[in-house]
Design a protein around this ligand. Sequence first.
Ligand code: SF4
Length: 492
Amino acid sequence: MGLKHRWSIESLSDALLKSEKREFEAARAGRIHLGLIFPAPYALGISNLGFQTVHRIAASTPDIGVERFFIPLQTGVPHPPPYYSFESKRPLGDFDVLAFSLSFEGDFHAIAAVLGPLGIPVLAEERRRKRFPLLLAGGAAVGSNPAALSRIFDILVPGEAETVLPDLLKRFLSEGVEAGTAADLPGVWAPAYHSAPNPPRPPHDVASEPAYAHIISEKNVFGGAALFEIMRGCPRACAFCLARVLYYPARPVPTKRLVEWLDQRPETTELGLVAPSLFDHPELISILELLAGRGIRLRNSSVKWEALSDQILGLLAKCGPRALTLAPETGSLRLRADMSKPLSEERFFATLDRIWHHGFESVKLYFMIGLPEETDADLEETAAFIAGIADKTPSGKSLSATFSGFVPKGGTAWQDCSALPATEFKRKFALLRSVLKHSVPRLSARFESPEDIVQQAYLAKVGPELADTLNEEAHAWRRSGRFQNRAWESDF
Ligand code: SF4
């Protein structure tokens, strides 16, 4: 990286650091230095409560120094190596432990982009001969496909960090930073020592110790709001979704716990409530009443249309956003029944009438294409459903739709269904585009990249052979100094 470019990365890093309100300053020095890597833009990392929780646990452990890395710092801003820590601009290679937070399979390619330029071998077996930092990984993507990472990382944490990390760090401090010293801990997988993850401890008690953002940045994806996890897991079991698989059982945090947390932070005026399905929270009404009563603005826009009674819409109109996101997933009644999300069109349209009646300004719809057994007739049914919604949208209100692709994920009811090739996604998207162009010309529609969908499907199912692919990518990185990331379509 040239000096000019390094200066611009450091300026951006300093500006982002200044955008933060931190409840405490984490120690940067200690007997063990942990580099916490979020291989995606800062705005996503600082909004991720898993990443924040790991940072908080490490920062609360005496003798651990922790610093953060966001690679890249910002979408579209090239971030070539070498990589320096967010806080003190310390080189990544100086840390004893490199802990990757992997929330999305698309982040797997970033492992090669981070390790390749440093000359750290991707293959764990090649690192054993020399003194390299210990590589650790956790996050939802690790939980969904740990086997893919088993030849790369020394330690994997496929489950909830709160039940593993405190003991893991204590073990490193007392017995040394080696995979072998922690290989027997519950919830840990040290692939060099065991062929499968150790059974985990009981799920974390989120009602007693909820996750929250101890660092709030005005650049987070909730517009600078405070963040609090109001429910972990989901009581539903949609056939394509990982929420139930990864975070079972569903654990709502009682309203009284949120009251206590807010009482300790009286400056809170804006709040993002984190949950896979906030509107399935059993105390939703009392939560909304609490926020409306205290004049706290809720920044969540994603709502469950089935839950939108007049009472809830009235409360949301007082304390919530003016734009709502609804996820019917498909307009085909048959496919919705198959995915365990049955829909009554009559009820859906009645809900839409209520949304407009309560003064909301825009609705964004979310659909999933390429579902198992989906036919062209199902796509036409989806287009007709959207046309029906558009007919009920008063002029002056905004309607948009996002179409993503179905990816079979391990552990879900549809894990064994086939993923479609990119050509088929292109054909399906073209069909939808052409029908919608005529039936709903004013719809603003966004389609996911077919290549990205196919890549996600590959990474969701790939096994330990991923290590060979990433090893080649890391070598290519070292040769060319460039890496094209598929997820963001921009150079690091
Ligand atoms: S899609 Fe939503 S409602 Fe269904 S299981 Fe996942 S989080 Fe729950």
